[in-house]
Ligand binder design. Structure first.
Ligand SMILES: Cc1ncc(COP(=O)(O)O)c(C=O)c1O
Length: 424
């Protein structure tokens, strides 16, 4: 296809896109000269829904007008505030409404879930993660092992991709579980790997983990709002996520947790007053009476100003519907794959080619000298392309179906082609 034909194709796809008007409901970033940037970094921090400003302003207004009375009399009373988020999270996670909650932040939630679910006993004392896991996840599991008096050198199993591969096939996870499963107490696995963009078959991993007798937890930082999920049906024991990536809830936004309903009564967990049932919470009695479902796992009262933007964002997802977003995402990454084909071997796709094994994010390895990739990334930045970089040679981009366009995918591929010609 000629340059013009491809551009025309991208524009025609945008014109026919039933979701195109959602872009107008986001703040689109601009450079120092007021020009719109080519933003492809929603896998890191999603754009601001315009309604977030309204929601936060409403909370500030209620605070100024009502002060402490806002707990009960704000337009969205602050005491049961988390309930505003439940339906949207149910839609995105495929959980039952008692299984899912917005609370805390991601690594804190990993620790809380491990406090509940990592119960090393007898021979079963190890934790399985992937080699190259996100640093915070690794820090969380190693510190939990140490907390239990277990040496991470002996008790952390890190599964490495097969030689020559960047990604880990599910059958390698199954083989590891078949071999070491009776020593593994818990596995913590990403839904989508942050560096490669590989999306895992979570139903298969949950099944294999549970069959081996292990607790199965998922880190969905890069999955939620990206790929439809069915956490209840997968049968995972727990899951955690943040809300500042595809969920567009802003820097430091409130995170979330899932606990399967089979654990909702009886599983030990750390407690605080906010997990106490609401009707009697303010009696301040010494005995803990748990709220229904995962609400009992709350510890502190939630940060209203960090939760308000999530209400705005989840409303957009409920309107757009995650299945329709996924369908558009598959087309966006399909176009990107097609356009990057001509840039091989300078730029190599490390994200899997199979559509089912990837979400919005595409990770591109820049080949050549050790400094070339970084230079290419910097020049893209000078051209107004907002993407990100992972050492030693990977550029990550994510066309996000809520606000990116087919034409932007085309323009990105043109910039990358130009820059690769410039930096040999
Ligand atoms: C996979 C993964 N784990 C953990 C974190 C850390 O998140 P937080 O700072 O919200 O705890 C991130 C942040 O991007 C992440 O992507």
């Amino acid at each position: 296809m000629t340059h013009q034909a491809t551009l025309d194709y991208a524009r025609s796809r945008d014109a026919a896109d039933p979701l195109r008007s959602f872009r107008d409901r986001f703040a689109l970033p601009r450079d120092d000269h007021g020009q719109p940037t080519l933003f492809l970094c929603g896998h890191s921090l999603g754009l601001m829904p315009l309604a977030a400003r309204t929601l936060i302003t409403e909370e500030l207004d209620d605070w100024s007008r009502l002060a402490v009375l806002g707990h009960e009399h704000a337009r969205r009373p602050w005491i049961p505030y988390h309930e505003n988020l439940t339906a949207g999270l149910v839609h995105l996670t495929g959980a039952r409404d008692t299984e899912v909650i917005a609370m805390n932040s991601l690594t804190v939630n990993i620790h809380l879930m491990l406090a509940s679910f990592f119960r090393p006993t007898g021979r079963r004392t190890k934790i399985l993660i992937e080699t190259g896991a996100f640093s915070s996840d690794r820090h969380a599991v190693t510190s939990q092992l140490t907390w239990h008096g277990l040496d991470p050198e002996q008790h952390l199993i890190e599964l490495t991709p097969p030689p020559g591969s960047d990604t880990i096939p599910e059958d390698a996870i199954e083989a590891c579980l078949a071999q070491h499963g009776d020593e593994i107490a818990l596995l913590l696995w990403p839904g989508v790997q942050f560096r490669t963009g590989q999306a895992f078959d979570l139903a298969r991993i949950a099944h294999a983990g549970r069959r081996a007798g292990c607790v199965v937890g998922f880190d969905l930082a890069h999955s939620i709002g990206n790929i439809p999920l069915a956490l209840h049906d997968y049968g995972a024991d727990f899951a955690v996520w943040c809300s500042y990536k595809y969920l567009n809830a802003g820097p430091g936004a409130i995170g979330g947790c899932f606990v399967h309903e089979r654990h909702l009564s009886g599983q030990p967990h750390l407690m605080g007053w906010w997990g106490h049932e609401e009707p009697t919470r303010f009696r301040m009695e010494p005995l803990f009476r748990p709220a229904v479902g995962i609400a009992a796992w709350q510890i502190s009262n939630p940060p209203i100003l960090a939760a308000a933007p999530l209400i705005a964002s989840l409303a957009l997802f409920q309107e757009a519907r995650i299945e329709r977003l996924r369908a558009k995402s598959v087309e966006l990454t399909g176009l990107l794959e097609f356009l990057l084909e001509r840039l091989r071997p300078d730029a190599e796709f490390i994200t899997p080619r199979e559509v089912s094994a990837r979400g919005c994010q595409i990770s591109i390895r820049i080949t050549g000298s050790p400094t070339r990739g970084r230079r290419v990334f910097e020049l893209l930045g000078e051209r107004g392309v907002v993407c990100d970089w992972r050492d030693p040679n990977v550029i990550r981009v994510a066309p996000v179906p809520l606000y990116n366009t087919f034409e932007e995918v085309f323009r990105f591929s043109e910039h990358l082609a130009d820059v690769l010609r410039e930096i040999k």
